[in-house]
Design a protein around this ligand. Structure first.
Ligand SMILES: [Zn+2]
Length: 449
């Protein structure tokens, strides 16, 4: 494939020192790592005494902390809800303008970034004012331009049929705004192209119904094979990937047949579809954080209808069982949370704890958020492991996550957040640099209901 990349300036040399190294390749942690950075890339990864330290290099000493690749969440929705500043989720989601929603999207991305998530794949948003692909792309672009601090973002553009799962998340009686769903292969190709024109990195579609509404059931087919083939083909034609929401084995078969790059959620399974996915090597994102009792309770507090809560509870055991079987069968798993509301934003690492509770080793859970996530989003040449030549997205974590997967859940433990060689958060002893300084107690309700 022809690739054009502008030449890259070399930049300053920095040295990162720590107590332990988890390089993202799955091997045993290594003691006393020394990482040499040049500009935005890693130049060398070695250990104390074996790495030549240039005289003028800036030294960032992380003491006994563990150095490891920045974490990634490859399925979330940063612009979805803003519940802490509104009285209920209906207001938070439907009665605010896309412009305000976008501000929250940026804030949510920063909350995740501050907790060590240096890459987020936002799988898109539909709203009462149409698809918000361009709004999400603007968040990404303002971060990439360096004028706003935040994580690397990849943006999904919703490309779905009329009356699909993502269309029904909107009130049924709401006036639809313009070209936000499409039907038939050529209309869907045009919708995919419209999203690509808006700047999306990923074409996101739905092969089946889902769990978040009080209308459709998860086992409803959301498009024909001809339609999903057209969408995936269109994504690939533009050198982009297709992420397909699938709740059922029929949807999983359709996604595989179309050549989907990632399968989102899974939920239900048949032994045969698990084997097919394992054999195809297709990546899947479990999104289990959205299935916990805690998630159901949070949604209840925010005013989600009992019908939806009941559906969430009914889906729960299927999701956990499917995850366990996929893991056993060797399916490629990348961390995705489906996180979409602010009391939870930044707590993405709890997803790894669920994987461990369901039988993964700590190290395998770490891989879902590092090397495997990078592979799932086709960025493994740049991200996911700490190796010479890759981008310097590195975090320093107090403690040893290979022994305690919960260390990521305390902000104080995330001592350094570095993206492309630059430190954005520094909470080492004697330092107090955060991406976000407000805390939940600073947030106020602003809808006056
Ligand atoms: Zn989602």
């Amino acid at each position: 494939m022809f690739e054009f990349k502008p030449p890259e300036a070399k930049g300053a040399v920095k040295i990162l020192k720590g107590g332990l190294l988890i390089d993202g390749n799955g091997g045993k942690p290594v003691k006393d790592p020394v990482i040499v950075l040049e500009g935005r890339r890693i130049k060398q990864v070695g250990v104390k005494g074996k790495v030549k330290i240039p005289a003028k290099a800036e030294i960032i000493d992380c003491g006994t902390a563990t150095l490891m690749p920045g974490l990634m969440d490859v399925h979330l929705h940063t612009m979805m809800f803003n519940c802490l500043t509104f009285h209920n989720y209906r207001v938070a989601q439907w009665e605010i303008t896309p412009e305000l929603q976008q501000m929250y999207g940026l804030f949510h991305a920063q909350l995740c970034f501050d907790m060590g998530f240096t890459t987020l794949r936002d799988l898109g948003l539909n709203s009462g004012r149409g698809l918000l692909t361009a709004h999400l792309c603007a968040i990404r672009d303002s971060i990439n331009a360096g004028v706003i601090e935040g994580p690397r973002m990849l943006i999904g553009g919703f490309t779905t049929i009329t009356g699909s799962h993502l269309d029904l998340i909107q009130p049924r009686a709401a006036q639809r705004y313009g070209f936000q769903t499409a039907d038939g292969p050529w209309e869907l190709r045009k919708l995919a192209r419209t999203n690509l024109l808006a700047g999306c990195d990923v074409v996101k579609t739905c092969a089946t119904g889902g769990g978040g509404t009080d209308k459709e059931e998860p086992d409803i087919r959301n498009m024909t094979q001809e339609e999903i083939n057209a969408i995936v083909d269109e994504a690939h034609a533009f050198h982009k990937v297709a992420a397909v929401h699938c709740f059922t084995p029929n949807g999983q078969r359709m996604a595989l047949e179309a050549g989907a790059d990632t399968i989102e959620h899974m939920v239900f399974h048949e032994e045969e579809t698990i084997d097919m996915i394992a054999e195809a090597g297709t990546w899947m994102t479990p999104t289990l954080l959205h299935r916990t009792d805690h998630a159901i309770e949070t949604r209840k507090d925010q005013g989600t209808s009992q019908f939806v809560l009941n559906k969430m509870k009914a889906l729960q055991p299927y999701c956990f069982e499917t995850f366990q079987k996929m893991h056993k069968a060797g399916v490629n798993i990348a961390l995705g949370t489906d996180m979409g509301f602010d009391p939870e934003m930044g707590t993405n690492a709890r997803e790894m704890e669920i994987y461990v509770k369901l039988g993964m080793t700590n190290m395998d859970a770490i891989l879902t958020a590092t090397r495997n996530a990078a592979r799932a989003i086709k960025m493994e040449r740049e991200l996911g492991t700490l190796e010479a030549g890759k981008l310097a997205d590195i975090i320093a974590v107090k403690g040893d996550p290979s022994k305690d997967i919960r260390v990521f859940q305390n902000k104080k433990n995330i001592q350094i957040v570095m993206k492309e060689g630059r430190v954005y958060a520094d909470r080492r002893p004697g330092h107090d640099k955060n991406v976000v300084s407000v805390t939940p107690k600073d947030w106020k309700k602003i809808d006056y209901l």
